[in-house]
Design a protein around this ligand. Structure first.
Ligand SMILES: [Ca+2]
Ligand SMILES: [Ca+2]
Length: 513
């Protein structure tokens, strides 16, 4: 059995950076997936009225004067609804003047492109037979229910299509999906004005009640925010039922966010639940919630000594940089027979900061005294490294073979201030001995690096700053002292002073010749 004589004090890495980037989309779901538009015609007015309503405070008022022909409500279904799934299609009408005729049109997508195209034979359009309000048994100045399943439909420009009810059409139009529905009131030719209100259109599980907030997204939030910054979410709720309900809004916060406040306040003793008791039919409201994303609060101090004899490998890294990440906030609304849920995703913008990375590798005696201080905005470090080469032996079964695992010492130091675009990189290698001291500070306003090195070996030193760079290569037995200091003042970054002194170096070019 081999006996391991060397030991390896390796790899202590302080890493403050790793946050996974996910991909996501901002969802936009309203209390209804139906979108509507009211016709804008010269001699006919279609607008939202607050005077009369079947549910809530508003309805659509369609008025056609003697010069006009019709007024219309355009309804768009996104996503399209398979006809076979249409189990409810009804609305409430309040004829006010004249005896207008009603016609309902349904447009279908049959080829899967989510839209109706009159030239595509797979798409389809059906129209109900025009019927006057009185013909359908409606009375003026009262709310009457009109059920789309009671109407007779024909297929547009298709004489071979047998007219029938919506249920009959389901068999004839198998596989087709409704993309839009038109509800039209044609004028009564005998009246000077034809007018009717329409409210509470129910298509499948979706409702249009012409209430002001019903088209709002249930959950709305910013697409991006700064780390530690405020995020405001707006939740829109509403009672789509015909009876008062106890409506409950339940939030599901991202664990990387903290609740700050909301208007209105959450239920007593909670920070994520709002109960609206006895909310009247059609009533809508909004909750504004302020959250704060957790600010990266990494900080720490390392003060100590690392020493050993043998094969050494030492690595360290500190970074104040944070990658962008996504936070998602979900909301659930429970209201009578209607349940809604939605989410908002916000991208937390990255932090550009500083990174300090260092390491020493070699065989022999090693000692490092160090003090490292870091927080979310700056890093400072002071390290003194003393390393002396000596061969390391490993006892392999019967034979003790002196084995030089690495015949030299190497050390590296990278100090990057990405915020101010300053990069220092020092590398010492093939060294017999290493006596290295440095102090560095990486911050927004002041960055410096002071080094003192006594090395028997090679050294590369590179510095980049806005507007310049310096590259130095040294070989031999030398002493190197350097100081570089950058200060941020008057919106420019400039070297305060910079000097590099060394004794007995052999230039790289001389060595290689
Ligand atoms: Ca189509
Ligand atoms: Ca309404």
């Amino acid at each position: 059995m081999s006996k391991l004589l060397h030991y390896n004090r390796s790899l202590y890495i302080v890493l403050i950076t790793v946050i996974i980037i996910q991909m996501g989309v901002l969802s936009s779901i309203g209390l209804t997936d139906l979108d509507y538009r009211l016709s804008k015609l010269k001699n006919a007015d279609a607008s939202v009225s607050t005077e009369q309503s079947f549910q809530g405070g508003n309805s659509a008022e369609l008025t056609i004067n003697s010069e006009g022909n019709y007024a219309r409500i355009y309804i768009y279904l996104d996503p399209p609804l398979p006809l076979v799934d249409l189990d409810q299609f009804s609305m409430w009408m309040y004829p006010q003047s004249g005896d207008g005729s009603v016609q309902v049109e349904l447009y279908f997508d049959g080829d899967g492109d989510d839209s109706y195209d009159s030239k595509n034979v797979q798409d389809a359009r059906i129209l109900s037979q025009k019927k006057s309000c009185s013909n359908m048994g409606m009375s003026n100045n009262t709310w009457n229910e009109l059920d789309g399943f009671d109407l007779q439909y024909e297929k547009y420009k298709d004489d071979e299509f047998p007219p029938g009810s919506l249920d009959d059409c389901k068999g004839q139009l198998e596989g087709k999906r409704i993309v839009k529905i038109y509800i039209t009131i044609y004028k009564d030719a005998k009246a000077s004005e034809t007018s009717a209100l329409i409210d509470y259109i129910k298509i499948g599980d979706e409702i249009i009640s012409f209430e002001p907030l019903e088209k709002e997204d249930i959950k709305d939030g910013p697409t991006s925010a700064t780390p530690g910054g405020l995020i405001t979410y707006t939740i829109t709720y509403g009672n789509n039922d015909l009876e008062p309900v106890d409506l409950v809004v339940k939030e599901e916060y991202d664990p990387r966010t903290v609740f700050i406040m909301s208007d209105p306040s959450p239920d007593p003793g909670t920070f994520d639940t709002w109960t609206f008791s006895n909310l009247p039919p059609g009533a809508h409201g909004q909750i504004k919630i302020k959250m704060r994303s957790r600010k990266p609060a990494a900080k720490g101090i390392i003060d100590g000594r690392v020493s050993g004899k043998g094969l050494m490998s030492r690595e360290g890294m500190f970074s104040t940089e944070f990658e962008s990440y996504l936070i998602t906030n979900n909301v659930y609304i429970l209201a009578g027979e209607f349940n809604f849920s939605s989410s908002a995703t916000t991208r937390i913008r990255p932090i550009i900061g500083s990174t300090l990375a260092f390491g020493e590798h070699g065989a022999g005696d090693y000692q490092a005294d160090e003090k490292l201080t870091y927080n979310s905005v700056s890093i400072s470090a002071e390290r003194h490294i003393l390393a002396e080469f000596s061969p390391v032996s490993v006892n392999l079964s019967l034979k003790s073979i002196p084995l030089s695992l690495r015949g030299d010492w190497s050390a590296n130091l990278r100090a990057l201030n990405d915020y101010r675009d300053i990069r220092w990189s020092d590398r010492y290698y093939e060294g017999k001995d290493l006596n290295l001291s440095y102090r560095t500070q990486l911050g927004k306003t002041l960055s410096y690096l002071e080094t003192a090195a006594q090395v028997q070996g090679l050294a590369d030193r590179t510095v980049y700053w806005p507007g310049g760079f310096a590259d130095t290569h040294l070989a031999g037995n030398f002493t190197l002292a350097g100081s570089a200091r950058w200060k941020w003042a008057n919106k420019t970054i400039s070297p305060d002073k910079e000097w590099l002194a060394c004794s007995c170096p052999i230039e790289d070019s001389l060595l290689s010749s």
